[in-house]
Design a protein around this ligand. Structure first.
Ligand code: ZN
Ligand code: ZN
Ligand code: ZN
Ligand code: ZN
Length: 407
Protein backbone atom coordinates (compact mmCIF):
# COMPACT_ATOMS: atom_id res chain seq x y z
CA UNK A 1 0.00 0.00 0.00
CA UNK A 2 1.22 3.54 -0.64
CA UNK A 3 2.45 5.73 2.14
CA UNK A 4 -0.76 7.75 2.23
CA UNK A 5 -2.38 4.82 3.94
CA UNK A 6 -1.67 6.00 7.45
CA UNK A 7 -3.03 9.44 6.72
CA UNK A 8 -6.08 7.85 5.15
CA UNK A 9 -6.85 5.85 8.25
CA UNK A 10 -6.51 8.90 10.45
CA UNK A 11 -8.71 10.90 8.08
CA UNK A 12 -11.31 8.18 7.96
CA UNK A 13 -11.52 7.88 11.70
CA UNK A 14 -11.74 11.64 12.05
CA UNK A 15 -14.33 11.92 9.31
CA UNK A 16 -16.28 9.08 10.84
CA UNK A 17 -16.61 11.01 14.09
CA UNK A 18 -18.28 13.87 12.22
CA UNK A 19 -20.22 12.25 9.44
CA UNK A 20 -21.97 9.31 10.92
CA UNK A 21 -24.63 11.34 12.66
CA UNK A 22 -25.75 12.90 9.38
CA UNK A 23 -25.55 9.65 7.48
CA UNK A 24 -27.87 7.70 9.71
CA UNK A 25 -31.14 8.78 8.11
CA UNK A 26 -30.19 7.27 4.79
CA UNK A 27 -30.01 3.82 6.26
CA UNK A 28 -33.00 3.82 8.52
CA UNK A 29 -35.00 1.52 6.30
CA UNK A 30 -32.32 -1.13 6.00
CA UNK A 31 -33.16 -4.50 7.53
CA UNK A 32 -36.64 -3.64 8.63
CA UNK A 33 -37.42 -7.30 8.94
CA UNK A 34 -34.88 -7.75 11.69
CA UNK A 35 -36.07 -6.02 14.81
CA UNK A 36 -33.38 -7.21 17.15
CA UNK A 37 -30.32 -6.09 15.27
CA UNK A 38 -29.66 -2.74 13.72
CA UNK A 39 -27.41 -3.25 10.75
CA UNK A 40 -26.43 0.34 10.36
CA UNK A 41 -23.27 0.70 8.31
CA UNK A 42 -20.35 1.07 10.63
CA UNK A 43 -16.60 1.02 10.28
CA UNK A 44 -14.78 -2.26 10.07
CA UNK A 45 -11.21 -3.22 10.86
CA UNK A 46 -9.24 -5.74 8.82
CA UNK A 47 -5.82 -7.19 9.48
CA UNK A 48 -2.99 -6.71 7.05
CA UNK A 49 0.70 -7.48 7.29
CA UNK A 50 2.68 -4.35 8.24
CA UNK A 51 3.99 -2.64 5.09
CA UNK A 52 7.37 -1.88 6.60
CA UNK A 53 9.25 -1.81 9.88
CA UNK A 54 8.45 1.77 10.81
CA UNK A 55 4.82 2.51 9.96
CA UNK A 56 3.47 0.95 13.16
CA UNK A 57 5.65 3.07 15.43
CA UNK A 58 3.93 5.40 17.83
CA UNK A 59 4.67 8.62 15.92
CA UNK A 60 2.38 7.38 13.13
CA UNK A 61 -0.54 6.77 15.52
CA UNK A 62 -1.18 3.27 14.23
CA UNK A 63 -4.19 1.04 14.77
CA UNK A 64 -2.49 -2.29 15.17
CA UNK A 65 -2.73 -5.73 16.74
CA UNK A 66 -0.16 -8.11 18.14
CA UNK A 67 3.52 -7.51 18.70
CA UNK A 68 4.16 -4.69 21.14
CA UNK A 69 1.94 -1.68 21.77
CA UNK A 70 2.79 1.69 20.24
CA UNK A 71 2.26 3.65 23.45
CA UNK A 72 0.70 7.06 22.78
CA UNK A 73 2.14 8.50 26.00
CA UNK A 74 5.39 6.52 25.94
CA UNK A 75 6.53 7.67 29.36
CA UNK A 76 3.69 7.15 31.80
CA UNK A 77 2.60 3.69 30.73
CA UNK A 78 0.46 1.62 33.08
CA UNK A 79 2.35 0.06 35.97
CA UNK A 80 1.71 -1.29 39.43
CA UNK A 81 -1.32 -3.56 39.54
CA UNK A 82 -2.64 -2.25 36.22
CA UNK A 83 -0.50 -4.29 33.88
CA UNK A 84 -1.01 -7.74 35.34
CA UNK A 85 -3.82 -10.24 35.06
CA UNK A 86 -5.75 -9.86 38.31
CA UNK A 87 -6.34 -13.59 38.35
CA UNK A 88 -2.93 -15.24 37.78
CA UNK A 89 -0.72 -12.20 38.37
CA UNK A 90 1.22 -12.54 35.09
CA UNK A 91 1.82 -9.46 32.94
CA UNK A 92 -0.95 -9.01 30.37
CA UNK A 93 -0.32 -9.52 26.68
CA UNK A 94 -0.97 -6.82 24.09
CA UNK A 95 -4.00 -7.61 21.93
CA UNK A 96 -4.65 -4.48 19.89
CA UNK A 97 -4.92 -0.73 19.83
CA UNK A 98 -7.27 1.57 17.95
CA UNK A 99 -6.55 5.19 17.10
CA UNK A 100 -9.82 7.06 17.54
CA UNK A 101 -9.35 10.80 18.04
CA UNK A 102 -12.35 13.01 18.79
CA UNK A 103 -13.24 16.63 18.18
CA UNK A 104 -12.42 17.35 21.79
CA UNK A 105 -9.33 19.50 22.21
CA UNK A 106 -7.75 17.26 24.80
CA UNK A 107 -8.42 14.16 22.72
CA UNK A 108 -6.77 15.40 19.54
CA UNK A 109 -4.87 12.14 19.76
CA UNK A 110 -6.82 9.35 21.37
CA UNK A 111 -5.88 5.70 21.53
CA UNK A 112 -7.60 2.70 23.08
CA UNK A 113 -5.45 -0.26 24.08
CA UNK A 114 -6.70 -3.76 24.80
CA UNK A 115 -4.64 -6.28 26.77
CA UNK A 116 -5.51 -9.74 27.93
CA UNK A 117 -4.08 -12.73 29.72
CA UNK A 118 -3.52 -15.50 27.16
CA UNK A 119 -4.82 -18.08 29.62
CA UNK A 120 -8.32 -19.37 28.90
CA UNK A 121 -8.52 -20.46 32.54
CA UNK A 122 -8.18 -16.82 33.54
CA UNK A 123 -10.75 -15.70 30.97
CA UNK A 124 -13.26 -18.15 32.42
CA UNK A 125 -12.62 -16.78 35.90
CA UNK A 126 -12.87 -13.28 34.46
CA UNK A 127 -16.39 -14.20 33.37
CA UNK A 128 -17.48 -14.70 36.96
CA UNK A 129 -16.16 -11.26 37.86
CA UNK A 130 -17.84 -9.66 34.91
CA UNK A 131 -21.27 -10.69 36.07
CA UNK A 132 -20.76 -9.26 39.54
CA UNK A 133 -22.38 -5.89 39.45
CA UNK A 134 -19.75 -3.21 39.81
CA UNK A 135 -17.43 -4.88 42.30
CA UNK A 136 -15.29 -2.39 44.14
CA UNK A 137 -12.12 -3.88 42.88
CA UNK A 138 -12.82 -5.76 39.67
CA UNK A 139 -10.60 -8.73 39.07
CA UNK A 140 -10.13 -8.97 35.32
CA UNK A 141 -7.95 -10.77 32.79
CA UNK A 142 -8.95 -8.36 30.01
CA UNK A 143 -8.08 -4.69 30.44
CA UNK A 144 -8.68 -1.63 28.30
CA UNK A 145 -6.82 1.66 28.61
CA UNK A 146 -7.64 5.01 27.05
CA UNK A 147 -4.87 7.51 26.47
CA UNK A 148 -5.40 10.92 24.94
CA UNK A 149 -3.26 13.95 24.22
CA UNK A 150 -3.94 17.49 23.02
CA UNK A 151 -2.49 18.69 19.73
CA UNK A 152 0.33 20.40 21.60
CA UNK A 153 2.03 17.81 23.75
CA UNK A 154 5.55 16.82 24.78
CA UNK A 155 5.67 13.69 22.60
CA UNK A 156 4.65 14.58 19.05
CA UNK A 157 5.03 17.53 16.75
CA UNK A 158 1.90 19.41 15.68
CA UNK A 159 2.52 18.66 12.05
CA UNK A 160 1.00 15.62 10.42
CA UNK A 161 3.44 12.73 10.52
CA UNK A 162 5.62 12.52 7.44
CA UNK A 163 5.07 9.14 5.96
CA UNK A 164 8.64 8.13 5.85
CA UNK A 165 11.16 6.42 8.00
CA UNK A 166 12.93 9.59 9.07
CA UNK A 167 9.98 10.99 11.00
CA UNK A 168 10.85 10.80 14.68
CA UNK A 169 8.75 11.52 17.71
CA UNK A 170 9.79 14.21 20.14
CA UNK A 171 10.75 13.05 23.61
CA UNK A 172 11.91 9.73 24.92
CA UNK A 173 9.88 6.79 26.03
CA UNK A 174 10.21 4.74 29.18
CA UNK A 175 12.70 1.88 29.18
CA UNK A 176 10.76 -1.27 28.48
CA UNK A 177 11.01 -4.91 29.50
CA UNK A 178 13.56 -6.84 27.43
CA UNK A 179 11.30 -9.87 27.39
CA UNK A 180 7.83 -8.59 26.48
CA UNK A 181 8.76 -5.16 25.09
CA UNK A 182 5.41 -4.04 26.42
CA UNK A 183 5.65 -2.86 30.01
CA UNK A 184 8.11 -0.72 31.94
CA UNK A 185 11.44 -2.43 32.58
CA UNK A 186 11.74 -1.29 36.17
CA UNK A 187 13.59 -4.38 37.40
CA UNK A 188 17.26 -4.64 36.47
CA UNK A 189 19.18 -7.93 36.26
CA UNK A 190 21.39 -7.87 39.37
CA UNK A 191 24.28 -9.62 37.59
CA UNK A 192 24.75 -7.69 34.34
CA UNK A 193 22.88 -4.58 35.47
CA UNK A 194 21.73 -4.17 31.86
CA UNK A 195 18.83 -6.47 31.17
CA UNK A 196 15.54 -4.88 32.24
CA UNK A 197 12.28 -6.58 33.09
CA UNK A 198 8.72 -5.66 33.96
CA UNK A 199 8.32 -8.55 36.35
CA UNK A 200 10.05 -11.46 37.99
CA UNK A 201 8.09 -13.76 35.73
CA UNK A 202 9.63 -12.27 32.59
CA UNK A 203 13.08 -12.23 34.14
CA UNK A 204 12.83 -15.95 34.81
CA UNK A 205 11.56 -16.64 31.29
CA UNK A 206 14.37 -14.58 29.76
CA UNK A 207 16.94 -16.34 31.94
CA UNK A 208 15.77 -19.76 30.82
CA UNK A 209 15.56 -18.69 27.18
CA UNK A 210 19.21 -17.65 27.02
CA UNK A 211 20.00 -14.73 29.29
CA UNK A 212 21.75 -17.30 31.51
CA UNK A 213 24.42 -17.48 28.78
CA UNK A 214 24.25 -13.88 27.59
CA UNK A 215 24.36 -12.34 31.06
CA UNK A 216 28.07 -13.05 31.91
CA UNK A 217 29.08 -11.68 28.50
CA UNK A 218 27.06 -8.53 29.07
CA UNK A 219 28.91 -8.03 32.35
CA UNK A 220 32.25 -8.00 30.48
CA UNK A 221 31.18 -5.58 27.76
CA UNK A 222 31.15 -1.96 28.88
CA UNK A 223 27.93 -1.08 30.62
CA UNK A 224 25.53 1.18 28.78
CA UNK A 225 24.39 4.26 30.62
CA UNK A 226 20.72 4.69 31.36
CA UNK A 227 20.21 7.54 28.89
CA UNK A 228 21.77 5.64 26.01
CA UNK A 229 19.57 2.72 26.72
CA UNK A 230 16.38 4.74 26.50
CA UNK A 231 17.46 6.21 23.18
CA UNK A 232 18.08 2.76 21.85
CA UNK A 233 14.58 1.69 22.69
CA UNK A 234 13.19 4.86 21.19
CA UNK A 235 14.83 4.93 17.80
CA UNK A 236 15.34 1.27 17.06
CA UNK A 237 12.64 -1.26 17.23
CA UNK A 238 12.26 -2.58 20.74
CA UNK A 239 14.21 -5.77 21.37
CA UNK A 240 11.83 -8.45 22.48
CA UNK A 241 13.03 -11.75 23.89
CA UNK A 242 9.67 -13.45 24.06
CA UNK A 243 8.63 -15.64 21.15
CA UNK A 244 5.10 -15.80 22.48
CA UNK A 245 3.84 -12.36 21.52
CA UNK A 246 0.96 -12.49 19.11
CA UNK A 247 1.93 -11.83 15.49
CA UNK A 248 1.84 -8.19 14.46
CA UNK A 249 -0.78 -6.80 12.09
CA UNK A 250 -1.77 -3.40 10.88
CA UNK A 251 -5.49 -2.73 11.29
CA UNK A 252 -6.95 -1.35 8.06
CA UNK A 253 -10.11 0.69 8.56
CA UNK A 254 -12.93 0.56 6.01
CA UNK A 255 -16.60 1.44 5.95
CA UNK A 256 -18.93 -1.53 6.13
CA UNK A 257 -20.94 -0.18 3.20
CA UNK A 258 -17.89 -0.04 0.97
CA UNK A 259 -17.92 -3.10 -1.19
CA UNK A 260 -14.64 -2.24 -2.78
CA UNK A 261 -11.91 -4.20 -1.10
CA UNK A 262 -9.21 -4.01 -3.72
CA UNK A 263 -8.98 -7.36 -5.46
CA UNK A 264 -5.26 -6.82 -6.00
CA UNK A 265 -4.94 -7.09 -2.24
CA UNK A 266 -6.16 -10.67 -2.35
CA UNK A 267 -2.68 -11.85 -3.24
CA UNK A 268 -1.04 -10.20 -0.30
CA UNK A 269 -3.72 -11.54 2.01
CA UNK A 270 -3.12 -15.15 1.07
CA UNK A 271 -2.52 -16.23 4.65
CA UNK A 272 -5.74 -14.63 5.78
CA UNK A 273 -7.71 -16.61 3.21
CA UNK A 274 -6.37 -19.80 4.67
CA UNK A 275 -7.41 -18.60 8.07
CA UNK A 276 -10.85 -17.87 6.76
CA UNK A 277 -11.37 -21.41 5.53
CA UNK A 278 -10.27 -22.69 8.89
CA UNK A 279 -12.52 -20.16 10.54
CA UNK A 280 -15.52 -21.26 8.46
CA UNK A 281 -15.05 -24.88 9.47
CA UNK A 282 -14.88 -24.01 13.11
CA UNK A 283 -17.81 -21.63 12.87
CA UNK A 284 -19.94 -24.40 11.43
CA UNK A 285 -19.01 -26.79 14.18
CA UNK A 286 -19.86 -24.14 16.76
CA UNK A 287 -23.26 -23.71 15.17
CA UNK A 288 -23.92 -27.44 15.37
CA UNK A 289 -23.08 -27.46 19.05
CA UNK A 290 -25.78 -24.96 19.98
CA UNK A 291 -28.69 -26.45 21.85
CA UNK A 292 -31.12 -23.57 22.09
CA UNK A 293 -32.99 -21.90 19.25
CA UNK A 294 -32.15 -18.48 20.66
CA UNK A 295 -28.45 -19.12 20.21
CA UNK A 296 -29.00 -20.52 16.72
CA UNK A 297 -31.00 -17.47 15.72
CA UNK A 298 -28.41 -15.15 17.21
CA UNK A 299 -25.66 -17.01 15.42
CA UNK A 300 -27.42 -16.92 12.06
CA UNK A 301 -27.97 -13.20 12.39
CA UNK A 302 -24.34 -12.71 13.40
CA UNK A 303 -23.13 -14.74 10.44
CA UNK A 304 -25.33 -12.82 8.05
CA UNK A 305 -23.78 -9.61 9.26
CA UNK A 306 -20.24 -10.93 9.02
CA UNK A 307 -20.76 -12.50 5.59
CA UNK A 308 -20.61 -9.11 3.91
CA UNK A 309 -16.96 -8.92 4.86
CA UNK A 310 -15.91 -12.23 6.37
CA UNK A 311 -12.36 -11.10 7.10
CA UNK A 312 -13.40 -8.34 9.45
CA UNK A 313 -11.82 -8.48 12.87
CA UNK A 314 -13.04 -5.27 14.40
CA UNK A 315 -16.38 -3.42 14.31
CA UNK A 316 -16.23 0.23 15.27
CA UNK A 317 -19.46 1.75 16.65
CA UNK A 318 -18.68 5.05 18.34
CA UNK A 319 -21.09 7.85 17.35
CA UNK A 320 -23.49 5.52 15.59
CA UNK A 321 -26.76 4.02 16.74
CA UNK A 322 -25.56 0.58 15.75
CA UNK A 323 -25.24 -2.02 18.46
CA UNK A 324 -22.75 -4.84 18.82
CA UNK A 325 -23.74 -8.06 17.15
CA UNK A 326 -23.71 -10.96 19.59
CA UNK A 327 -22.85 -14.39 18.16
CA UNK A 328 -24.84 -16.10 20.90
CA UNK A 329 -27.84 -14.81 22.77
CA UNK A 330 -26.68 -15.94 26.17
CA UNK A 331 -24.03 -13.90 27.92
CA UNK A 332 -25.02 -10.52 26.52
CA UNK A 333 -24.84 -7.60 28.94
CA UNK A 334 -27.92 -5.64 29.91
CA UNK A 335 -27.60 -1.87 30.25
CA UNK A 336 -27.22 -2.35 33.98
CA UNK A 337 -24.18 -4.55 33.41
CA UNK A 338 -22.23 -1.70 31.83
CA UNK A 339 -20.68 0.40 34.60
CA UNK A 340 -20.38 4.17 34.53
CA UNK A 341 -17.04 5.84 33.89
CA UNK A 342 -14.96 5.39 37.00
CA UNK A 343 -13.45 8.86 36.60
CA UNK A 344 -16.33 11.20 35.69
CA UNK A 345 -19.25 8.86 36.56
CA UNK A 346 -20.70 9.65 33.14
CA UNK A 347 -22.13 7.01 30.81
CA UNK A 348 -19.92 4.64 28.86
CA UNK A 349 -20.74 3.89 25.27
CA UNK A 350 -19.91 0.98 23.07
CA UNK A 351 -16.79 1.87 21.12
CA UNK A 352 -15.79 -1.27 19.28
CA UNK A 353 -16.16 -5.01 19.12
CA UNK A 354 -13.40 -7.55 18.65
CA UNK A 355 -14.50 -10.62 16.74
CA UNK A 356 -13.21 -14.14 17.39
CA UNK A 357 -11.80 -14.16 13.83
CA UNK A 358 -8.81 -12.45 15.38
CA UNK A 359 -7.79 -15.71 17.01
CA UNK A 360 -7.24 -17.32 13.63
CA UNK A 361 -4.94 -14.51 12.51
CA UNK A 362 -3.07 -14.93 15.77
CA UNK A 363 -2.69 -18.64 15.10
CA UNK A 364 -4.32 -19.61 18.38
CA UNK A 365 -4.89 -23.36 18.46
CA UNK A 366 -8.37 -24.68 18.47
CA UNK A 367 -7.88 -26.93 21.50
CA UNK A 368 -10.23 -27.33 24.42
CA UNK A 369 -8.22 -25.08 26.74
CA UNK A 370 -7.12 -22.59 24.04
CA UNK A 371 -8.05 -18.96 24.31
CA UNK A 372 -11.46 -18.40 22.77
CA UNK A 373 -14.29 -15.93 22.93
CA UNK A 374 -17.49 -15.14 21.07
CA UNK A 375 -17.07 -11.42 21.33
CA UNK A 376 -15.17 -8.74 23.22
CA UNK A 377 -16.96 -5.42 23.32
CA UNK A 378 -15.10 -2.35 24.52
CA UNK A 379 -17.04 0.41 26.28
CA UNK A 380 -15.41 3.78 26.84
CA UNK A 381 -16.35 7.00 28.59
CA UNK A 382 -18.75 8.78 26.26
CA UNK A 383 -17.24 12.16 27.12
CA UNK A 384 -13.64 10.97 26.77
CA UNK A 385 -13.16 12.66 30.11
CA UNK A 386 -9.83 14.02 31.20
CA UNK A 387 -8.59 12.46 34.38
CA UNK A 388 -5.12 13.13 35.67
CA UNK A 389 -4.20 9.54 34.94
CA UNK A 390 -2.43 9.19 31.56
CA UNK A 391 -3.94 5.72 30.95
CA UNK A 392 -7.54 5.48 32.06
CA UNK A 393 -9.24 2.14 32.62
CA UNK A 394 -12.19 1.50 30.34
CA UNK A 395 -14.50 -1.51 30.31
CA UNK A 396 -14.55 -4.72 28.27
CA UNK A 397 -17.46 -7.14 28.11
CA UNK A 398 -16.39 -10.63 27.12
CA UNK A 399 -18.91 -13.09 25.76
CA UNK A 400 -17.80 -16.69 25.57
CA UNK A 401 -19.44 -19.57 23.75
CA UNK A 402 -20.23 -21.80 26.65
CA UNK A 403 -22.81 -20.18 28.91
CA UNK A 404 -22.58 -23.02 31.43
CA UNK A 405 -19.03 -22.01 32.30
CA UNK A 406 -19.94 -18.34 32.30
CA UNK A 407 -22.50 -18.56 35.03
ZN1 ZN B 1 -4.09 -14.71 33.90
ZN1 ZN C 1 7.83 -8.03 30.53
ZN1 ZN D 1 21.83 -10.24 33.34
ZN1 ZN E 1 -15.35 9.68 32.05
Amino acid sequence: MDTDAIGDIVDKLKAMQNDNVEDQDEYDDVDEDDEEEEHEPITLGFFDKPKNKWSLQRQYFPSKAGGVPAWLDPLNIPSGGSFVCDICGDPLQFLLQVYAPTEKETAFHRMLFVFMCPSMKCLLRDQHEQWKHHPEKPSRSVKVFRCQLPCVNPFYSQECPQNNESHKPAGCGAVLCDWCGTWKGDKVCSSCKQARYCSEKHQVMSWRAGHKIACPQMQISSPVSGSNKSETTLFESQKVGSKNLWPEFEIIIEDESEDNRDTSEENTLSNSLISRTRADDTMNSIFDSFQGDADKKSWASFQECIDNAPEQVLRYYRNTNAKPIWPVSSGRPSNADIPRCSYCSGPMSCEFQILPQLLYYFGVDNEVDSLDWASIVVYACEASCDASLPYKHEFAWVQIYSPSTAL
